[in-house]
Design a protein around this ligand. Structure first.
Ligand SMILES: [Zn+2]
Ligand SMILES: [Zn+2]
Length: 279
């Protein structure tokens, strides 16, 4: 897993300069990243999960067959408690006592429902845990993320360009949170999975939300103060995806898209104000 905490710190001056985060929010994300990195270090050998990898069809992960090992569940439960405490620190009104009690027993079904984006079920589970859907998803997403990143890293199945032309992740089937345009690769567009951080190529002229390829319906807004950031929108479905342009002289690996997503929340605010929805 990329050291998101280090990347976040390297961006601190510009984050504070453009007012996209308060000092408190910066500290909150730093704490989350450090806790997730600690979990990654504990994940160790995940080869037992390889029986849930499909070798012949994509996406690679067979969600229904994953059974979390007791040791993994223990680490995830510890991370859940840490995240709950960080959130309670910035939002003292939130009560995670039910979730702390229920998490280990529910871990398998929560992971499956999250990956399948079964929001009806997650909303029901949120109510059981006395949390609103967005709060509940924020916690489970951030609990499972480092595990999913480690799981993705343990897979050596690399789909070719023609094998996978979907906007969902070729490893886990989840949605992208960011995209990048790589100048050095003839401006190819790559999508970045919001949960396992996998990246895969996706056609630049197709909307990742609805598949529309009518260019008269597409456009983008550029962030004036730093034109590497854009939000590409589609007027057919009213969705958008943010993008980081990787200039020719920069290494792709020098950009951490998971963190870039969080520190460009001002772009989301602008797009939502204009009536667009995030993918
Ligand atoms: Zn994924
Ligand atoms: Zn669309």
């Amino acid at each position: 897993m990329k050291k998101h905490s280090e990347y976040l710190i390297s961006k601190k001056d510009s984050i504070m300069g453009n007012g996209s985060m308060t000092e408190e929010l910066f500290k909150f994300y730093s704490e989350i990243f450090v806790a997730q990195e600690e979990l990654s270090a504990l994940c160790g050998d995940l080869s037992g999960y390889k029986k849930s990898f499909k070798n012949d069809i994509l996406p690679v992960l067979d969600i229904d067959s994953i059974v979390l090992e007791e040791e993994t569940k223990g680490h995830l439960a510890e991370l859940m408690v840490k995240l709950a405490d960080f959130i309670s620190g910035v939002n003292p009104g939130m009560d995670f006592s039910e979730m702390k009690k229920n998490f280990t027993a529910d871990a398998d079904i929560l992971l499956k429902s999250l990956l399948k984006q079964d929001y009806t079920f997650l909303e029901k589970k949120g109510v059981e845990n006395r949390l609103a859907l967005d709060e509940f998803i924020f916690v489970i997403h951030n609990v499972f993320k480092p595990f999913m990143v480690a799981l993705k890293s343990s897979s050596d199945i690399k789909p070719g360009k023609e094998d996978w032309l979907e906007s969902s992740c070729s490893f886990c089937g989840y949605l992208p949170d960011m995209s990048k345009i790589v100048e050095l690769k003839e401006n190819q567009r790559h999508l970045h999975c919001a949960i396992c951080e996998n990246e895969w190529e996706f056609p630049r002229l197709v909307c990742p939300a609805c598949g529309c390829n009518d260019q008269s319906k597409h456009g983008f807004f550029e962030y004036e103060e730093n034109n590497i950031y854009r939000a590409y929108y589609c007027d057919e479905c009213k969705h958008y995806i943010k993008s980081v342009r990787i200039p020719k002289l920069k290494e792709e690996s020098a950009f951490d898209l998971a963190v870039e997503d969080i520190i460009t929340n001002f772009l989301d605010a602008g797009m939502i104000e204009k009536g667009y929805k995030r993918i």
